[in-house]
Design a protein around this ligand. Structure first.
Ligand code: CA
Ligand code: CA
Ligand code: CA
Length: 450
């Protein structure tokens, strides 16, 4: 039996490690952060961090870890693990003396002024005031975006086209406590919805907006309607980064398998929930709990991998769409002939994504770096020359019993800063599940060549 158990363990691709050879020194730069979510290297040479649960934007000095609070938001609402102050994007003109010292944030709030709760997400612009080192002059960009208690997306990026990109998750529909909530990642707005500013279909999407929140004239027409929707069919994207040629890469959570790295293209369909990862019938079948019949969904007990017969199930290969785009890579897909129920989840829990462009580390230039929250690993994925694919398997770095949430890279490419969750589940060095985090709520610095 022992031999069989070892074989099964080895079949989980998440536990078949491919560790990079480079040496790094590490130190904890800051250890008092409250659920950091986004970390960016700013034009002032500081690390700009959002604290999800504290609703703060902090600027951390990379020399000594000292922090200054640039913003303490007072009108947010946060209650669960996928809401609060999440995404942040720095305008490329920030601190360039061009009068556009803009910082954009995405956060959840309660749209019900009374005792009721109406969860929504808002994108807001601030202007950074250098003399007071504070974010001032709040201006709402786009609000009333659907939000819920799970799968909140929330990644924000500004493109070389001067547009804002925002990920919205599927709100956790058709899953766990929300198993009877219809999953709307494939739903698209009609012209009248857009006219009425009804954004209720903006779940499971990536949105593209002008800096004032309006719909860009060159947004794709999806299903015959132009809206904020840039791409759709997403489960939960928590990382966005632009690469050469204006290419936009996303890190997306899969269900029990098939976390994805996607190259986003206007108007395309990324498959969820009909397909997870590639259209390969491996480890995933779309079970639509809200359509259970004749037993109503509410009468059922949720079981992700064993839905009862009343729940309609559709194989991936029974679905096709002309605009479907498969991921560049998955982390990971269930091996051929293997059953997810036997090997366990093969997901990494992808958080943030960044692009390494410096020459400092040989062979690293034009690599995507992705954080694994569930594995405590940073994965490096080398892009091909065109940036349209990934060459070779992911290479692993920095393994620690930590939930690596997001990362930033110093401009010289010698230092990588990784922000960690304060609580949750990850893996220890043996791959075993643990909730004992080594560096909760921290910013850990890894310096190359030491
Ligand atoms: Ca309220
Ligand atoms: Ca997909
Ligand atoms: Ca699949």
């Amino acid at each position: 039996m022992l031999t069989a158990a070892i074989v099964l363990h080895a079949q989980n691709p998440r536990d078949q490690h491919n560790t990079g050879p480079e040496a790094f020194a590490s130190r904890v730069l800051a250890s008092d952060l409250e659920n950091p979510w986004t970390v960016l290297w700013g034009p002032d040479g500081y690390l700009w961090i959002t604290e999800r649960t504290a609703f703060r934007v902090k600027r951390v000095n990379p020399a000594d870890g000292s922090a200054k609070v640039a913003l303490a938001l007072t009108d947010g609402y946060q209650a669960v693990v996928q809401d609060g102050l999440m995404g942040m994007a720095l305008h490329p003109d920030l601190l360039q003396g061009r009068g556009r010292d803009y910082v954009f944030i995405a956060y959840t709030y309660d749209a019900d002024a009374g005792p009721g709760l109406t969860r929504r997400l808002r994108v807001r612009r601030y202007t950074y005031d250098r003399s007071s080192a504070a974010l001032t002059a709040p201006t709402d960009v786009l609000d009333n975006l659907p939000a819920h208690d799970d799968h909140g997306g929330g990644a924000l990026a500004i493109g070389p086209d001067g547009k804002l990109y925002l990920s919205r998750g599927d709100l956790g529909a058709n899953f766990l406590a929300n198993y009877c909530m219809p999953l709307r990642a494939q739903d698209l707005p009609g012209a009248r919805d857009v006219q009425a500013k009804d954004w209720s279909t903006y779940q499971g999407k990536v949105l593209r907006m002008n800096l004032d929140g309006s719909i860009p004239a060159d947004n794709p027409s999806v299903g015959g309607v132009r809206s904020h929707i840039y791409t759709y069919g997403h489960r939960n994207i928590q990382g966005l980064v632009f690469g050469p040629g204006g290419r936009l890469y996303a890190s997306e959570h899969g269900p029990s398998s098939d976390d994805e790295i996607n190259l986003l293209a206007a108007g395309k369909n990324y498959g969820w929930p009909d397909v997870a990862g590639f259209n390969d019938d491996r480890g995933y079948v779309y079970a639509n709990w809200s359509k259970s019949a004749p037993e109503p969904c509410q009468s059922l007990t949720f079981n992700n991998l064993n839905p009862p017969a009343s729940v309609p199930q559709v194989k991936e290969s029974a679905w096709s769409h002309p605009d479907f785009v498969p991921p560049l890579v998955t982390l990971f897909t269930v091996p051929v002939g293997q059953d997810l129920r036997a090997i366990g989840n093969v997901t990494i829990g992808p958080g943030g994504i960044d692009l390494y462009t410096a020459p400092a580390i040989p062979d690293w230039s034009q690599s995507l770096l992705v954080t694994g929250m569930r594995t405590g690993i940073v994965y490096r994925l080398k892009l091909n020359a065109e940036g349209t694919g990934v060459s070779g398997p992911p290479v692993e770095y920095f393994q620690s019993a930590d939930r690596y949430r997001d990362l930033a890279i110093s401009p010289d490419g010698r230092r990588i800063f990784v922000a960690t969750d304060n609580f949750g589940t990850t893996s220890d060095a043996s791959g075993a599940r643990t909730e004992k985090l080594v560096h909760p709520g921290a910013l850990v610095e890894f310096t190359y060549g030491k």
